[in-house]
Write a protein that binds this ligand. Sequence first.
Ligand SMILES: Cc1cc2nc3c(=O)[nH]c(=O)nc-3n(C[C@H](O)[C@H](O)[C@H](O)COP(=O)(O)OP(=O)(O)OC[C@H]3O[C@@H](n4cnc5c(N)ncnc54)[C@H](O)[C@@H]3O)c2cc1C
Length: 395
Amino acid sequence: MALLPALDTDPKINAFRAEVRAWIAKHWTPERRAEHRKLPFKLRGWDPQFSREMGKDGWIGIGWPREYGGQARSPSEQIAFVEEMANAGCPVQAHNTGESIVAQALIGHGSPEQQAEWLTAIRGGERSFALGYSEPDAGSDLAGLRTKAVQDGDHWVVNGQKLWSTGGDKSEYVWLAVRTDGEVKKHAGISVLMVNLRSPGITIRPSMAMYGRTFSAVFYDNVRVPACNMVGKVNGGWKVITDALAAERVMIGGSRMAGLQRAFDHLTEHVKTATAGGKALRSDPLVRDRIGALAADLEVARQLLIRNTTMVEQGRVPLYEAAVSKVFTSELQERMGQASLDILGTGGLLSEDAASAPLGEMEQLLRHSIMGMIGGGTNEIQRNVIALRSLGMPR
Ligand SMILES: Cc1cc2nc3c(=O)[nH]c(=O)nc-3n(C[C@H](O)[C@H](O)[C@H](O)COP(=O)(O)OP(=O)(O)OC[C@H]3O[C@@H](n4cnc5c(N)ncnc54)[C@H](O)[C@@H]3O)c2cc1C
């Protein structure tokens, strides 16, 4: 039950929400959900079978144009969809990166043959992707990447190392940024390849991230990749990468927001009934103060998301607006995690996997917040974008 006021008043979107809920009720049943929750936290959220079911019924790529098999749903409808999926705790990670980032790039830059093959597979929930951008010495300065691809007949031969690939140990493919020309200005010598992660010469080394799931270091040693797996022109990769990111930031913001709303609802429900030291938590003025402040912040975050969504619907690119929203919402996640732990007391430190945790998701929320502040471009870089690109403050 949502405790915050409903986001939409538009009857069309609410009818769509009802349709999505009906599908979820049939496919993500309480029994199936309970079974999934028995998995250790690190394995939750990734369910290729569920992705295939979504794909079969047309729920992957709902925002794509119809000519690519999508439903051409508006950003507002896509956000409503993401919220309903998040509210029900549906495991969507196996197709997320392919559906959003890879597909956006393929629609903009892929050849007709690539679109026919790869978009169909992604839409069917049949092809999972990790992102291979960051390297040990190229994170914020992504254009400094050094993983190299050299053409050899009808293949590219890849050598180098990537770091931080989320889902790199589970995905079938990686969307890989490589250097194909070292002689030109650094942005100008980058290309993008879709690489099968089971190819000979690839070593995947997973590590546990602080938030409880894995990321991988991936080593490429003379890995041969068919030339037809390059997306966009040779050395044209920078545009492929940046184009795919613009509208996508808004959707990522939508799913983060949906997660925060859901966690806040759970926290509020807990506060309404729990006691501490024999007193009702809800009567504690400090608790009421923290909860009220969080509700106000959530409303601000929602408004920022709605502004971005409206801009995308109008065909505009929310560069400054997306940076503002990313900084505010990811830092709100941290504030919410900290406030929750203060409210829940020492029991709040117990993780999701502990049977006696009063609300393990809040502790997890706090550990996860660091990813939001770093991934997809750190908040320092976002603040630079705000100052440099929008407020006219060149270095
Ligand atoms: C949990 C997690 C998951 C991730 N998943 C993926 C993934 O799936 N695929 C992928 O490719 N990458 C992934 N990343 C990597 C992420 O994109 C990078 O960590 C991020 O871009 C920062 O790069 P870096 O770690 O090299 O830090 P650096 O770029 O070395 O930055 C170090 C610090 O310096 C600051 N800094 C750097 N340059 C500037 C500047 N110009 N102005 C002000 N401050 C600056 C940064 O903000 C940061 O605080 C993930 C990271 C995390 C933490």
